[in-house]
Design a protein around this ligand. Structure first.
Ligand code: DGT
Ligand code: CA
Ligand code: CA
Ligand code: ZN
Length: 601
């Protein structure tokens, strides 16, 4: 991209980013979707080579989909010219956007849709379904929608088609299931704050004794099917009325003497259960789960001659021997208590009977945070503001990691700008006491595996974070080679948000993780657990996999874009707990002098 363009673009985009705005710019999302669909449909044209046009539409879709400013406002302020100044948007596509903004329709889209009357928007979200496959299924089986597709799978019509086989059919069946479960479950990052807000209100109502979150939310699972909240109260009737009147509650679905189920306005159900004080611990154990964990704990109780349910742990005389405290239930069964995050029946029940639960990382262990952005790129606070907030949280050090130049939408810095910015970090360090500010950057791993800044620039940093932000749909082989090449460059300290998935929005990149983890171990590359709630990447399962490579180390970061985001560390730590990660494997649980020795290999 031309240098001048790069500079003018960056200015208006700064400072408007907030954690939630990616969800709220609905118009951008809609236009991005339409442009993406146009690209999909253009690939089906066998008469003419549309490669260039397809690419242009895809890129435009990506630009608008990840833009942080409302496209309608851009147009209102600067007209067609302003649209054409956006990266990758030429006259034709700018015209299409203008049409949409003024009429709600894009003529090119409508024309193509007549030729291909298929629900691309939904079908392309299903793993295993690309535009070509969708078209072939339409041409041969008249499949237009996810419902048609499900029927065809159930009737095994797909495996018989040329170019498809049993494996393709299974892949599609799994894709449908995955898509549908992804639709129903809500990201923890949205569900947990909602639950906490309701817990605070109930706590302040004067009507309850205890009020706590249970279920998958307490286990900090990355997505949540419904919320579960436990309450003790002498006035259950008043509690029910209070719940029904909370602004979060859209309607009451079920109201019984112990359980009230409501639909929340954010589109999630919540089960409230009012229990007796003497049952509270047993209920908390029971409703925290998960189910498989509970089944095993109950078997242990039965083997010891007890009965365990949500009301208590009862001996042969039917006396409740441990109902009030959750810990008491485990202890009475001769089990070691483990954090809720570990209760997924991944071996913890067996280990707890032998007192062998590993000591996993805790929030208090975290001494620093190695991934955050400032006003220099797409963050909202200055270096000093970030440092001062982090110090308030008790952090001993932070690393400033603004974007490199390829992230032009985030205002990424080129080598010259980056060096100047690193100088600013030095200055900030001189003005600060009680916290050390490390020099870093989040550097794009480009398509060919090279890094987005000069070696000399990177050499003047304390460490680098390297990550993938573009060309996310490469083949598995190419993607694996791309990442390994970057790891072998000698300039990659940390692999940031490795799989690049966004919960409920974007699938992980297709990469051979075992080969990548092996390369990380061989090259001393640290794996990040990005705690930003819609990323949580690596996730629990990948952490479990990666830690089998015994020399691999991890960093748990917030990826903060404003000072308050530095509080998001708990999402990363809980994810690490779910991956059974011990503090000795986490570099930013180390004191500064030890950390510095670990960052460059
Ligand atoms: P979710 O809502 O799908 O994200 O996952 P959970 O784990 O919150 O599941 P939920 O809301 O159905 O139930 C809350 C807890 O209640 C669950 O973690 C364990 C417990 N539970 C539910 N069903 C059963 C069951 O059939 N047997 C036993 N032992 N426990 C159960
Ligand atoms: Ca639940
Ligand atoms: Ca539930
Ligand atoms: Zn970042």
């Amino acid at each position: 991209m031309a240098e001048g363009m790069h500079v003018t673009l960056r200015m208006p985009i700064l400072r408007v980013i907030t954690l939630d705005c990616s969800y709220t710019i609905m118009q951008n999302a809609k236009i991005a979707q339409l442009l993406g669909e146009i690209a999909d449909m253009l690939t089906l044209d066998t008469q003419t080579d549309r490669k260039f046009e397809v690419l242009a539409y895809r890129k435009a879709a990506q630009t608008i989909g990840s833009m942080q400013e409302d496209i309608g406002e851009v147009y209102a302020k600067g007209g067609l010219d302003a649209l054409m100044e956006l990266p990758g948007i030429g006259k034709g596509i700018a015209g299409a956007i203008k049409e949409y903004l003024e009429t709600g329709k894009i003529p090119k889209y409508e024309d193509l849709k007549k030729r291909y009357p298929v629900d691309f928007a939904t079908l392309t979200k299903i793993h295993g379904m690309g535009p070509k496959r969708i078209f072939r299924l339409y041409a041969s089986l008249k499949i237009r929608s996810i419902d048609d597709l499900r029927k065809a799978v159930e009737q095994h019509k797909i495996m018989g088609l040329e170019g498809f086989g049993k494996r393709s059919e299974e892949e599609i069946a799994n894709g449908i299931a995955q898509f549908e479960s992804g639709q129903q479950r809500m990201a923890l990052g949205r569900a947990l704050p909602e639950a906490e807000a309701m817990v605070r209100k109930l706590g302040g109502s004067g009507l309850v004794g205890k009020v706590v979150i249970a279920g998958s939310t307490r286990r900090m699972r990355e997505t949540v099917g419904d919320l579960d909240i436990l309450i003790t109260s002498d006035e259950p009737e008043k509690v029910r009325n209070f719940i029904a009147r909370m602004p979060e509650v859209e309607r009451v679905l079920l109201s019984g003497s112990t359980k009230t189920t409501v639909r929340l306005a954010i589109g999630l159900n919540c089960d409230f259960r009012v229990v007796e004080e003497q049952s509270f611990g047993a209920a908390l154990q029971y409703f925290t789960g998960n189910k498989d964990h509970n089944v095993k704990v109950r078997e242990i109780a039965v083997a010891k001659g007890y009965k365990l349910n949500e009301y208590g742990l009862f001996d042969k005389m039917d006396r409740n021997v441990a109902g009030a405290q959750e810990d008491g239930v485990y202890k009475a069964l001769g089990m070691q208590v483990m954090d809720p995050e570990m209760r997924e029946d991944r071996g913890e029940v067996e280990l707890s009977q032998r007192n062998r639960i590993p000591k996993v990382i805790r929030l208090e262990d975290m001494r620093g945070d190695l991934h955050m952005h400032t006003v220099a790129t797409d963050g909202n606070n200055t270096i000093l503001e970030m440092a001062s907030y982090a110090k308030g949280l008790g952090r001993e050090y932070i690393g400033i990691s603004d974007h490199s130049k390829s992230e032009y939408q985030a205002g990424g810095l080129d080598d010259k700008e980056m060096l100047r910015h690193l100088g600013e970090i030095d200055k900030a360090n001189n003005k600060t006491e009680g916290i050390r500010i490390l020099k870093s950057a989040e550097i794009d791993i480009l398509k060919d595996g090279s890094l987005d800044l000069d070696s000399k620039t990177m050499d003047s940093m304390d460490y680098t974070l390297c990550s993938i932000h573009t060309n996310l749909t490469m083949s598995r082989g190419d993607m694996t080679r791309r990442v390994i090449k970057a790891m072998e460059s000698g300039h990659m300290s940390i692999w940031a948000h490795p799989t690049d998935r966004v919960i409920n929005q974007r699938a992980p990149i297709d990469i051979d993780l075992d080969r990548a983890f092996q390369a990380a171990e061989d090259n001393g590359v640290i794996l990040e657990i990005d705690g930003y709630p819609d990323r949580m990447d690596l996730n629990d399962e990948n952490i479990l996999r990666a830690k089998e490579y015994k020399k691999i180390r991890f960093a748990i970061d917030t990826d903060a874009h404003r000072d308050e985001h530095l509080n998001l560390m708990r999402y990363g730590v809980s994810t690490a707990k779910r991956g059974w990660l011990e503090p000795g494997r986490v570099v930013n649980a180390l004191p500064l002098d030890k950390l510095l020795k670990q960052l460059w290999k």
